[in-house]
Design a protein. Structure first.
Length: 401
């Protein structure tokens, strides 16, 4: 007769599932990626097994090959408990079982998380009930990666067509016309330019185009502090208008992981219309010091695209152009510094080039995944920290009316 309680059975089930998934992960990076996509960020809860999972996860993310021998070597250097590896080697697991075991592990983790939340509520002498309800909703709304049916895809496409709020105007009418109305949820927009070309100005102007009392714009500034940006905006807005601008700033870190976490927290706390990150090459990307800068920028670029998709917001990212762009007279996609992944990940790429003779700035939509490309000529008004449109168009700026 089995006298184990329900809690004991859960522990036994978790041990079997976690061992099986780690065994499958040892088969290669593609299986690590599948487990990641089907579970929460911290799927393995056993402390010893979690250390091995982190090793596999890091190697897979850095595209480093691995097998049992290389993992054993690393574990010996880190003085980890090798008994876990003995258990993995003895375990038999078929990779075809990954979806089922991930589903079971996800269920166990959700039960644990709800139980922990309940315990925390019981010990809280002055609980904020709204905060606990929000946390419970987040637990319930967690979704694992899964296939999307054709019917679901059609429904989503129809929803975007019929929902005008899904389009975020840039505040520049000719640019909106070129982009089919503006920016869209889930898009990564890269604004490239040499220093002094006005990319920071254009990024902020594009973000302000859809800021409202109901939807805030989030600015991640790696070049200037928040109060310095406000000083720039003061040349364009009155004091009363400045106070009405629904903007939030992150200016305290350049660490990629910390920025992504802060953006996610902000998106949970309030309704956002978009995020502007100025700029890509200033991000600090944790990882192997032996990695080249191009590979680090590739990681950051993919993380930004993932952020846009997860939050369903337009994410506008600034990027430096190579010095050769000044010599050629007309920058191209190949001029994006550490360009490979940026060009691939971006839905829209806008390149800026200031003409020394006319003083006008060429704003070229060099890539547009959803529509047409083209070029606009704008005048940079540095004194008022904005671009002025062609005389044929009238700038619409709701915050100045």
């Amino acid at each position: 007769m089995d006298n184990r309680t329900g809690g004991d059975e859960m522990i036994a089930n978790r041990d079997t599932i976690e061992t099986g998934l780690l065994c499958a992960a040892l088969c290669g990076p593609e299986f690590v990626a599948e487990i990641q996509s089907r579970t929460q960020p911290r799927p393995i809860r056993d402390p010893d097994k979690a250390e091995y999972w982190q090793i596999l996860q890091r190697r897979a993310e850095n595209f480093e090959p691995f097998d049992l021998d290389t993992i054993i070597d690393e574990c010996e250097k880190r003085r980890l408990n090798l008994q876990v590896l003995v258990g993995l080697e003895a375990a038999r697991f078929e990779t075809a079982h990954i979806p089922y075991y991930c589903e079971q592990l996800q269920r166990l983790n959700e039960i644990d998380d709800v139980r922990s939340l309940g315990n925390a509520l019981g010990k809280d002498n002055a609980p904020d009930i709204d905060e606990y309800i929000t946390k419970l909703d987040e637990l319930r709304n967690r979704q694992q990666a899964e296939l999307v049916t054709q019917a679901d895809a059609i429904a989503r496409a129809n929803h975007e067509r019929q929902n005008p709020t899904a389009v975020h105007p840039t505040g520049l009418r000719p640019l909106d016309e070129l982009l089919g109305g503006g920016l869209r949820a889930g898009q990564l927009i890269v604004v490239g330019g040499r220093p002094g070309s006005g990319k920071s100005v254009l990024m902020l102007q594009m973000l302000l185009g859809s800021v409202s009392a109901a939807q805030a714009g989030l600015v991640v500034s790696l070049e200037m502090l928040a109060h310095e940006l406000v000083e720039r905006l003061r040349t364009r807005y009155s004091e009363q208008q400045l106070h009405s601008l629904n903007l939030r700033y992150i200016d305290s870190t350049s660490n990629l992981g910390a920025i992504v976490a802060l953006v996610n927290v902000t998106a949970r706390r309030m309704k956002l219309c978009g995020v502007a990150i100025d700029y890509l090459q200033l991000l600090e990307v944790p990882g192997n010091n032996r990695e080249g800068r191009e590979r680090e920028i590739a990681k950051a670029s993919r993380q930004m695209k993932r952020l846009a998709l997860d939050l369903q917001l337009p994410v506008i990212v600034g990027s430096q152009l190579n010095r050769n762009a000044e010599k050629s007279g007309k920058p191209g996609l190949h001029d994006l510094r550490e360009s490979g992944a940026i060009e691939q990940d971006a839905d829209i790429v806008i390149l800026l080039h200031k003409d020394a003779d006319s003083g006008k700035t060429s704003v070229e939509v060099a890539k547009h995944r959803r529509g047409k490309t083209g070029r606009l000529d704008l005048q940079l008004d540095g004194a008022k920290y904005q671009f002025i449109q062609d005389d044929r168009f009238q700038e619409y700026d709701r915050w100045r009316n």
